[in-house]
Write a protein that binds this ligand. Structure first.
Ligand SMILES: Cc1cc2nc3c(=O)[nH]c(=O)nc-3n(C[C@H](O)[C@H](O)[C@H](O)COP(=O)(O)OP(=O)(O)OC[C@H]3O[C@@H](n4cnc5c(N)ncnc54)[C@H](O)[C@@H]3O)c2cc1C
Length: 289
């Protein structure tokens, strides 16, 4: 399959990419790793008249630590995140999640910015980015604004990004010492995409009860979400098997689950409950009081 004709532009800086976006208007799309956009173009589901390649923009390709924040540039690849010593040490949940994406080729080309901007409902990162309460820096020629992960995902493949904006970087607070975490997914066997993916992050208090619980779920709904009913059901409780099962039972509360050839909406809801319980169990087992 061949995509429709387009013009290719290679931006050298964020400034140049933003100016191209503005000048070329609605027909222009940013190209990062190309592992979502190019397949869509080949299927003619997307037909941009201009591609602005940001793959060579160095200012977008860095992982850094500033004060108590970890900053990941939009064009950092899944492989770089999975193997970065800093991310493994301070944001292990994100590194584990990145390692679960697709296959080696996808991980070597695909980028965190491309994945989050694309907002495929079956993408892995959103679950971890939500559980880690990340913030996304969006830049346009008007300036930079910061959007919480919770507010970034708006609907099926729709985000808070405006057409004239670039997702510049994703900002994380490091995982607190002693916290336990896990990312578990039920993959679609051919692509690896998540039929359900659950990221859980838990800190325990001195008495062994759950002090902070964060659960991000992807795959089951048009957009990824924080399972706040699960979080509040477990917070303050001793995480025994009864409490975990009772909390996980809320994983799909109020969610209009997707249904397709891979899984019915009922099956997705059940998978969400089962994988939430398992992810919480694993996260709690990894807590260090
Ligand atoms: C065979 C295969 C298997 C896969 N399996 C998985 C999987 O298991 N889990 C998973 O999560 N993903 C999976 N993916 C998707 C993969 O992770 C993609 O790399 C990712 O979704 C998109 O990142 P990209 O850098 O390739 O973005 P691109 O394809 O270049 O861009 C995607 C979209 O984001 C926009 N965009 C890109 N960068 C920015 C930016 N900085 N600011 C604003 N907009 C931007 C583009 O304009 C485009 O609309 C798979 C893909 C393939 C081909």
């Amino acid at each position: 399959m061949f995509p429709a004709t387009f013009e290719y532009h290679r931006a050298q800086s964020v400034k140049e990419a933003l100016s191209l976006l503005k000048r070329l208007g609605d027909g222009a799309k940013l190209l990062s790793g190309g592992h979502s956009l190019i397949p869509m173009m080949k299927l003619r589901l997307a037909q941009p008249s201009h591609l602005i390649d940001i793959g060579g923009v160095r200012e977008l390709s860095q992982i850094s630590e500033e004060g108590n924040k970890i900053l990941i540039g939009a064009t950092v690849t899944h492989s770089e995140i999975a193997s970065s010593p800093l991310i493994k040490q301070k944001l292990g949940l994100l590194a584990d999640c990145a390692a679960e994406i697709g296959d080696v080729q996808v991980r070597n080309r695909g980028t965190i910015g491309g994945s989050l901007a694309h907002a495929d409902p079956a993408a892995d990162y959103p679950a971890a980015v939500l559980a880690l309460e990340a913030e996304l820096e969006l830049e346009s020629e008007q300036g930079t604004r910061t959007v919480k992960a919770q507010d970034f995902f708006v609907d099926l493949m729709t985000t808070a990004l405006r057409p004239d904006e670039i997702l510049r970087r994703v900002v994380f607070a490091p995982i607190p010492q002693g916290a336990g975490y896990a990312y578990l997914k039920h993959p679609q066997p051919a692509s690896g995409f998540a039929i359900v993916g659950v990221a859980a992050l838990v800190t325990l208090g001195k008495d062994g009860s759950c002090e902070k619980v964060r659960v991000g779920i992807t795959g089951i709904a048009p957009k990824p979400f924080r399972a706040t009913a699960v979080e509040s059901a477990l917070t303050g409780k001793k995480p025994d098997s009864t409490a975990l099962a009772a909390a996980a039972a809320h994983a799909a509360d109020g969610v209009d689950c997707l249904s397709d050839i891979h899984a019915s909406s009922e099956f997705r809801a059940e998978l969400a409950r089962v994988y939430t319980r398992r992810a919480l169990e694993r996260a709690i087992a990894a807590c260090k009081p």
